[in-house]
Design a protein around this ligand. Sequence first.
Ligand code: GDP
Length: 467
Amino acid sequence: LPTVIIIGRPNVGKSALYNRLIRRREALVYNTPNDHVTRDIREGIGKLSDLRFRVLDSAGLEAEACSGSVLQRTAEMTGRVLARSQFALFLIDARDGLQPMDLDVGKWLRKHAPGIKTIVVMNKAESLHDGAGSLARAAGEAYLLGFGDPVPISAETGLGMVELYEVMRPLLEDYMQRVLSDEGDQDNSPTEDEESKLPLQLAIVGRPNVGKSTLLNALLQEDRVLVGPEAGLTRDSVRAQFEYQGRTIYMVDTAGWLHRTKHDRGAASLSIMQTRKNLMRAHIVALVLDAEEIAKDRRSMKHDEVVIARRAVEEGRGLVVIVNKMDLLKGKLYERVIKAVPEEIQTVIPQVTGIPVVFVSALEGKGRTAVMRQVIDTYETWCLRLSTARLNRWLRKVMSRHSWKDQAAQPKVKYFTQVKARPPTFVAFVSSKAKLSDTDLRFLTRSLKEDFNLGGIPIRIMQRSVA
Ligand code: GDP
């Protein structure tokens, strides 16, 4: 996906434009890993009509940049980010006219990122009246920056977005064409490695008394959580952190809701609302089930467990099911549970194949390795990024494999790209008028999972039409 960075001196409205392009409040936060000074750069998927691109907001760099020499300090921090971008939206303020600092930003951009295609965007243009010629005058000044004609917009009101689209579209499309025809890997988005090294947020959820606290202790390898036979004993929200094979694992508030559950609804059921919040913060949700209950009940999951599992998947989290207390089962029963649970999970959550199931005995301290291996495997898959070049090689093969219902109306998927990881999210660009049916989408999803080994995690495919 093409990457577009928004730059400009402070206060020109970079964040406002960013928010308008991503069309929502929240944004992914990109922590530049391994940097001495870690700055937050907001990163999201920008949308302008049918255009999709990765958009970076450099506003987070401003606080530092304002003091001292803007350019030097910004240069260091933005360097990495610039290296990932192919396009820059160079924002200036239409009301202020061209400022010396704008010229500096321009000079700096030319020096440090000569390869970036820059579009000058004149923000706050809603306040200028074209009749008086002020817009033309401002545009004339902006032209002096040497990046071509400026595009007047208002990030606040949305004015000028169509014009911006018109300028960006040919540039982005041209870029996509080049990436697609290039068999090599030109995609300089962060690799799966970089992203999967960020701390892993793990939530342990489950009904009271299934052994969550015991399991947590086994994972932490120290008795920090109070465990007892009485349901809902864990009092405080547990915010533990530990290292596993050189990787930092954060435990997302897993026990806090337990406590509240006990008071709100009695200990018997999961508090779905509370858990939902935890789910959103987690990368991986470990749902703990009680093997003894399963053997007694002859079904793997109770209603609220099914609800939680489904919710985790719908929210795009990676799900790992842990069947605890296996030490209480013997012989036939043991065998039956091991066989039945994965099958049953598949029937209740058909949209994700191969959800990992781990059988453990937290009490005997067995299972740390098995659980962590599954959690990390699932996380790495969840973080995976496949390059556009690779996906399109795959697409060509897969298109011929599917028996499209109606050959004549066979939807033509022109190209295929991953717009996001965590969880992997893809866009299929389909020739206009054609539309992928649910069956087609299921076929693509299944093939993608099989061919790239993406089992066990939710993946998303969206479709867009292109001319
Ligand atoms: P939580 O409410 O889910 O946090 O459950 P706890 O960790 O407090 O465990 C509830 C009870 O189950 C305690 O008495 C534990 O000792 C017991 N328990 C936990 N894990 C196991 C296990 O693997 N095997 C057996 N037999 N008992 C377990």
